[in-house]
Design a protein around this ligand. Sequence first.
Ligand SMILES: Nc1ncnc2c1ncn2[C@@H]1O[C@H](COP(=O)(O)OP(=O)(O)O)[C@@H](O)[C@H]1O
Ligand SMILES: N[C@@H](CCOP(=O)(O)O)C(=O)O
Length: 323
Amino acid sequence: MAVFTSVSLDDVRPWIAQFPLGEAVALKGIASGIENSNFFLTTQSGDVRTEHVLTIFENLGFEQLPFYLQLMRHLAGHGVLVPEPVPNHDGQLCVPLHGKPAAIVSKLEGSSQMDPQPVHCAAVGDMLARMHLAGRDFPLHQPNLRGIAWWHETAPAVLPHLPEAQVQLLRSEIHFQEAFHGSDLYKRLQQGPVHADLFRNNVMFDGERLTGFFDFYFAGCDTWLFDVAVTVNDWCIDLDTGVLDTARVRAMLDAYHAVRPFTAHEQAGWQCALRAGALRFWLSRLYDLYQPRAAEMLTPHDPTHFERILRERIATPAPRLFA
Ligand SMILES: Nc1ncnc2c1ncn2[C@@H]1O[C@H](COP(=O)(O)OP(=O)(O)O)[C@@H](O)[C@H]1O
Ligand SMILES: N[C@@H](CCOP(=O)(O)O)C(=O)O
């Protein structure tokens, strides 16, 4: 899962009365995802049945959620395809369920494209650029909570579990990223709200038509380039080797560039950003492996995948962002 918190239809029936959604008629736990407890929720108002997603937040507090939920609302209001949170009768987007924060958002049509072709990568690049531009006037600010401060704080928890070669890599890469994040070049990179976890499983497609980005619960303010790097590192690689696939990289970067042109500073920082994007997920997967949480259904993600990608990004010059 992730169903960390069990919820029944009987639990939801009285709870749903605070939303303008009618009655809850079906609830089904969703077995994918690793952070939150998610359910497909069917409601009925008169003859009309509507599908939503109910999320119970396992690791985020009430004070953090307005950033994510308001961001989704803001982006949806600016034409970016994302789930729209449903406010309750008091206008609240996030309310307690079994003592934990919970929210209802609209269900996106389609399914995740786990074997993306250049056409899918182009659609993602285009929407990602639109999302970055739409986020410019979003008034709330929160740092990327899985950014460099978290890497620092988290590395000591995993280092004792690692063999020497991985200890060296993790230590040296964090050191490298500290230098990059402290550089004049880094300060010149454009920043704003970013998704920060835009993997294949967090985008819906109906055929070749992108229907939405979702799972914004790692979003925060960071460089737009970091967001592009995280996305390219997942969508545009050979999954066995981590090597970038030129056709998919070009499709994604060219589509992004057509909407929001990359800068020369971003070109200069691109390889560092690709390394940062790989380090972030290597470390979080190591952390999840060595600090597992209880869940009814949980499939841990493989950290060695991102170790391989990180080594590959260090060893191989980055492709050009633009011609
Ligand atoms: N708004 C949505 N519309 C359609 N399906 C969704 C939506 N949100 C989540 N899902 C489904 O729930 C699954 C898990 O959601 P996700 O946000 O990735 O979980 P987690 O936050 O636990 O990683 C997704 O793979 C998708 O199938
Ligand atoms: N994408 C991350 C983990 C976060 O899981 P998600 O299901 O919320 O995307 C990874 O692959 O390590």
